[in-house]
Design a protein around this ligand. Structure first.
Ligand SMILES: *Cc1c(COP(=O)(O)O)cnc(C)c1O
Length: 365
């Protein structure tokens, strides 16, 4: 393997050495009191960082696992999937692949899901659960989930609200209970700053009660089963979890709580502002300027140099940035600013980016 490149891609992210070392903790019996204590500690810390009293479940899978589980477990009539890009499309595909009735409501790329769109869809009375992508990693925008949740509270209180916060939880501001999010899903390899391999969800009691009435929920990603092992056992895991992730997560949550959620959010906003400033000055921001993500920035490549060349040169300097995703693969590139990345590291990366672009422009001139 070549030398390590510092990751500025939207997952997996750079993981601090101390966190990586925790992954090497010796294994324990997964049915022991120690295993329960570890899971309980993680749960309590996650409730704090997520702002929720809901049950916390863990899944040894990437975030997609609990997303797929959610469409199966919480849809009895039909799911309304609101899509603002690649990850909304993915949720719709999960529904259709599992034979779960669902309709997709797409926004123009780079735009949000509006509360009005949600209101219009739900006014038909056809849907009993909705999914929202909080932070669309392919376009670099975040949805106004707080505003959307007000529509649900006021007019559709029985509809279950599932939110994908895979690329924003622990970076952006997401008060789960204040917003009434029934099912809030994230995974380890983005703003949490851990290696990929575990996903996390908070789930409300009313969502769990509803899920119990729904047949064919599957087993490995069945929220009822996962929650049963937390509530009734207590704090056990139905199969064998990735203990390595749990050791590292427990430690990392202490660090996150020590930084403080507000400070963490502020740091993400500052990093985002630096990258946006760079983009405004040197190229163009892709998405709706009023709803830009604080964890990843999507930039239109107006530089006149293919992004692959830029990334190759950045690689020689020990950095990895991200190309565009899906439909935006050729026309945009992305810079992530999430997890434990510091303001100074962002500045240093941007300074290198300036130099690389100047070099390439001189070469091509
Ligand atoms: C990365 C990502 C996912 C997929 O998560 P995995 O952990 O890779 O399965 C889903 N939604 C969003 C918004 C993401 O950024």
């Amino acid at each position: 393997m070549s030398t390590h490149k510092k990751l500025f891609i939207p997952g997996p992210v750079e993981v601090r050495d101390e966190v990586l070392e925790k992954m090497a903790t010796p294994m324990i019996g997964h049915r022991t009191k120690d295993a329960s204590a570890l899971q309980q500690e993680i749960s309590e810390k996650l409730q704090k960082v997520m702002g929720t009293k809901n049950t916390i479940i863990l899944s040894t899978s990437s975030g997609s696992g609990l997303m797929e589980g959610a469409v199966r477990c919480f849809t009895s009539k039909k799911a309304a999937i609101f899509s603002i890009g690649a990850f909304g499309e993915r949720w719709y595909k999960m529904a259709t692949c599992n034979g779960v009735p669902a309709d997709i409501f797409r926004s123009e790329l780079g735009q949000i899901t509006t509360p009005e769109m949600v209101d219009e869809a739900l006014s038909t009375g056809e849907y009993d659960m909705i999914t929202i992508t909080h932070n669309e990693t392919s376009t670099g925008i975040h949805n106004p989930v707080g505003e959307i949740s007000k529509v649900l509270k006021a007019k559709y209180p029985d509809v279950i609200l599932c939110v994908d916060t895979v690329s924003s939880m622990c970076g952006d501001y997401i008060p789960v209970d204040e917003w009434g999010i029934d099912v809030c899903i994230t995974s380890t390899q983005k703003c949490l700053g851990l290696p990929p391999g575990m996903s996390i969800a908070s789930v409300s009691d009313r969502a769990l009660e509803k899920a119990k009435t729904i047949p064919n929920r599957g087993l490995y990603f069945d929220y009822v089963e996962l929650a049963k092992f937390v509530k009734e056992k207590p704090f056990q895991y139905p199969s064998t979890p990735s203990e390595s992730h749990m050791f590292a997560l427990d430690y990392q949550l202490d660090c996150i709580l020590k930084e403080g959620m507000e400070n963490r959010y502020k740091r993400h906003c500052e990093m985002a502002e630096l990258v946006r400033d760079w983009a405004r000055k040197n190229a163009e921001l892709y998405s709706d300027p009023d709803n830009l993500s604080v964890t990843v920035t999507c930039i239109k490549n107006t530089l006149g140099i293919p992004f692959a060349e830029i990334n190759k040169k950045m690689g020689e300097r020990g950095y990895l940035l991200s190309g565009g995703y899906g439909a935006l693969k050729e026309t945009t590139f992305r810079i992530a600013h999430m997890a434990d990345t510091t303001i100074d590291e962002v500045k240093e990366m941007l300074r290198n980016l300036d130099e690389v672009i100047a070099e390439l422009k001189a070469q091509n001139a």
